[in-house]
Ligand binder design. Structure first.
Ligand SMILES: Nc1nc2c(c(=O)[nH]1)N[C@H]1C(S)=C(S)[C@@H](COP(=O)(O)OP(=O)(O)OC[C@H]3O[C@@H](n4cnc5c(=O)[nH]c(N)nc54)[C@H](O)[C@@H]3O)O[C@H]1N2
Ligand SMILES: Nc1nc2c(c(=O)[nH]1)N[C@H]1C(S)=C(S)[C@@H](COP(=O)(O)OP(=O)(O)OC[C@H]3O[C@@H](n4cnc5c(=O)[nH]c(N)nc54)[C@H](O)[C@@H]3O)O[C@H]1N2
Ligand code: SF4
Ligand SMILES: [Mo]
Length: 726
């Protein structure tokens, strides 16, 4: 007789008839999962699976990766270049030559009439490293504008700034393998299970082998907070106070690593003086965490032996973003927790190639972590490219968040937007709308023609996407991985690399500088330019990257593979080789709730969507989880206002209003609402986005709103639907 399973129908997995699997890397988040895309006999992409032997994901993918092959066939891809005289005219389809000529002529016209910097370029963290390097060459070496930046200012610039201030250079020093060694994990303002599901899976794997304490700092009870041993629901925007107070306890109870501080850091005295002001009793009143918990966490962290901190947007997107990062670095320096297994200060990056732009795009300086302010760096790059070093500016120009106000005041007249959608992702979008209307010329280069920013363009360049191209991404742990062109570009769309090369040909300097025909040629230049530096690519090659399924930099010429950690010898990138302990006075400059606007407005992400939904909004199996704009609201607060679950409400801030559906949940405290920012004409109509003084990153997560019940629910439903693009 047959028992159990064998009697039942076996589970059937639909036969996708894959005849070939092609290697590539995921194009959504910075985890950097290796993917294989399955093609059927007709060459159609029909499946995605995690590459089993890849160290990052070990065969796993999150739901975005599993459906990524569907992107090749998603709706509203840009198929042909478009052009029009006024942004409110109809677009006409044109040839690539017409679109490129028009753009080159407009750039020259604007630069001739108003000066070189009157034309600005805003890019992304989502194209390939070779494309970033080529765009940097084009912008810095050919077009010659200093107003060149990327959406990483909305995302990573606080981490970059904080790393530079503490360690003398950008570059996250740790890796995922640190979870295997750490004795204590502090996670600040990061919702890892939803935003980096496979990094979280790596953490879970480590915890299955060996228990160590997890401390999560987040004003919401996120999935991560729910699994933590200790959850610190910090008052929004006050993490610096908490960090100062943790240091206060450590230094005043003699729990610091004195030998490490003496050997490897500067600035102890001034730092200690400042930290002395943040005793837990005083700090508790500001950061909302009681004094005993502060003491317990400080002792746990300092006595762990090896402890590590990870953080994401809860730290970076704040008026104290850069200080928050420095505060984390301070904590790890005084406890000697840098550069050792399980001991690190690891910024979890955001976009698939946010690291690649930091390394090679020359947005904030020159390629390979070089600075415009450094004469030697300017000379090296100018010689390598074969141009006069005097062509480079001597200090960096405006950040993205200052470029838009400079359009408002008329200093900037033309703009090229590449793979970012500020019409949805910038704060206070009604102001952004007004700013776009002022531009004499806007060119938008995006894989999707329906991207909202395209409403204001004069020229549209249809770009190829993800695995229609070849090149590299760098992930959170400095791992460079290969994307191979699984399929050719959609219709007439072109790789960003090709577009930059074609544009270069239309300028005088572009004739002088060499622009390699393929991305591997650009990669060779990067290897050459990085030789002997901290950011060393010279030991990498495409073949090696595919074979090892990603390699971490530095990887020096002749080395078989890369290094897992930076600063293992305690030598830092400041001139004297030491790290800096930096005092961080706290200034309370946020917009905070008051009688008129009594709720904190917090915003961020959910697992199923990516950013402005140009991609995930079009994948049915993903979009179905949250097809409409909504917010998390505490049931007690809702009861007081007579608001019901699943009803529509009107949110108003000092900037604007939005209508959203309510999801009642205890994840948020009674004085806060949380909105996923993925929806057009929604949360960023409300946000203020005060800027961090060092990084110019906006405080997307902190402003004040009021909430009103909407009487006419049917009308609200219509309005909510109208605000959706898909
Ligand atoms: N599914 C998915 N994954 C993604 C993305 C996506 O769009 N979708 N985007 C990628 C990108 S570009 C990025 S940058 C990352 C972002 O990844 P995360 O930063 O992890 O995600 P967020 O939801 O933006 O914010 C994280 C948390 O910060 C908390 N927070 C708000 N204010 C404060 C505060 O004052 N202090 C502290 N300590 N915490 C606070 C919020 O409550 C929220 O839970 O995700 C990447 N991964
Ligand atoms: N309120 C609020 N606002 C936020 C945030 C928040 O937490 N709250 N987070 C901020 C953060 S961290 C980030 S990173 C930004 C993200 O904001 P955006 O950068 O504006 O978001 P995306 O939707 O990822 O835009 C990327 C665009 O590139 C296109 N694209 C994809 N691949 C390619 C390609 O290969 N080539 C080209 N040319 N185009 C391509 C996509 O179609 C998409 O339109 O939003 C920021 N805004
Ligand atoms: S965790 Fe990130 S990199 Fe990995 S499959 Fe998901 S979205 Fe892609
Ligand atoms: Mo981001």
């Amino acid at each position: 007789m047959l028992f159990g399973r064998s009697q039942k129908n076996p589970i059937k997995i639909a036969d996708k008839a894959v005849v070939e699997w092609k290697y590539t890397t995921c194009g959504y988040c910075s985890t950097g999962c290796s993917i294989e895309v399955g093609l059927d006999e007709s060459g159609k992409a029909v499946a995605s699976r995690g590459a089993a032997s890849a160290d990052v994901n070990r065969g796993k993918l999150c739901l975005k990766g599993i459906f990524e092959h569907e992107l090749f066939y998603s709706a509203n891809r840009g198929s042909v270049p478009l052009m029009r005289d006024k942004f409110y005219d109809e677009f006409a389809e044109v040839s690539w030559d017409e679109a490129l000529d028009k753009t080159a002529n407009e750039i020259k016209r604007i630069q001739d009439s108003y000066g070189r910097d009157a034309f600005a370029v805003v890019s992304t963290g989502q194209i390939m490293t070779e494309e970033f390097y080529t765009l940097g060459k084009l912008t810095r070496g050919v077009i010659g504008t200093n107003n060149y930046d990327g959406n990483t200012t909305l995302c990573m610039s606080s981490a970059v700034s904080g790393y530079k201030r503490s360690f003398g250079s950008d570059g996250p020093p740790g890796c995922y393998e640190d979870f295997e060694h750490t004795e204590c994990l502090l996670a600040i303002g990061s919702n890892l299970p939803e935003q980096h599901p496979i990094i979280y899976w790596r953490l879970q794997q480590a915890l299955e082998k060996r228990k160590f304490p997890i401390i999560v700092v987040d004003p919401r009870v996120t999935m991560f907070a729910q699994m933590a041993d200790i959850h610190l629901p910090v008052t929004p925007g006050t993490d610096v106070v908490l960090l100062n107070s943790l240091a206060h306890v450590i230094l005043n109870e003699g729990l610091e690593d004195e030998a490490y501080i003496k050997a490897n850091t500067n600035g102890y005295k001034e730092y200690k003086e400042l930290v002395d002001q943040y005793d837990p009793t005083t700090a508790a009143k500001i950061c909302g965490i009681d004094e005993d918990t502060i003491r317990n966490v400080a002792r746990l962290y300092a006595k762990a032996g090896s402890a590590m901190t990870i953080w994401t947007m809860g730290i970076n997107q704040s008026t104290h973003g850069s200080d928050g990062v420095v505060g984390i670095n301070n904590l790890n320096l005084i406890t000697g927790n840098i550069g050792k297994p399980g001991s690190t200060s690891l910024s979890i990056t955001g976009q698939c190639n946010a690291m690649g732009t930091r390394e090679w795009s020359a947005c904030s300086g020159l390629p390979g972590y070089r600075a415009l302010e450094n004469e030697q760096d300017r000379k090296e790059v100018a010689e390598f490219w074969g141009i006069d070093a005097e062509f480079f500016p001597k200090k960096r120009g405006l950040f993205q968040t200052d470029i838009f106000p400079a359009i408002e005041t008329g200093q900037i007249k033309g703009l090229w937007i590449i793979a970012t959608n500020p019409m949805t992702s910038m704060m206070n979008t009604s102001r952004i709308r007004k700013i776009f209307e002022k531009l004499e010329f806007l060119v938008v280069q995006d894989a999707y023609a329906d991207v909202e920013t395209n409403q204001y363009s004069h020229v549209y360049f249809p770009a190829a996407i993800w695995a229609e191209k070849q090149g590299c991404f760098t992930n959170t742990e400095r791992r460079v991985n290969l994307i191979s062109n699984v399929l050719p570009p959609y219709k007439q769309s072109k790789p960003d690399f090709w577009i930059f090369n074609q544009m270069a040909k239309r300028f005088d300097n572009g004739q002088k500088i060499k622009f390699p025909e393929d991305t591997e040629g650009a990669f060779d230049e990067m290897r050459e330019l990085s030789k002997g530096r901290m950011l060393d690519y010279s030991g990498l090659s495409y073949a090696k990257l595919e074979k090892q399924k990603g390699i971490q930099w530095p990887c020096k010429e002749g080395e078989e593979t890369g290094a897992q950690r930076l600063y293992t010898d305690g030598k830092f990138q400041h001139k004297d080789g030491k790290a800096k302990l930096i005092p961080l006075p706290f200034i309370d400059n946020n917009e905070v709730p008051d009688d008129d606007y009594p709720f904190w407005l917090n915003s961020g992400r959910v697992v199923e969507h990516f950013h402005t939904r140009t991609r995930t909004g079009k994948v049915g199996n993903i979009n179905k989880f949250s097809p409409t704009a909504y917010m998390e609201m505490n049931p007690d607060a809702a009861k007081e206002l007579g608001i019901k679950h699943s009803s529509y409400v009107r949110l108003t801030s000092r900037r604007g209003d939005a209508v959203v559906m309510v999801q009642l949940t205890q994840r948020v405290p009674p004085n806060m609402v949380f909105l996923p920012f993925h929806f057009y004409d929604c949360v960023n109509r409300l946000t203020l986005g005060l800027l961090d003084p060092h990084s110019r990153q906006p405080a997307f997560k902190h402003c004040a709103v009021k909430i009103e019940r909407v009487e006419d629910q049917e009308l609200a439903a219509v309005r909510n639907k109208e605000a959706r693009t898909y």
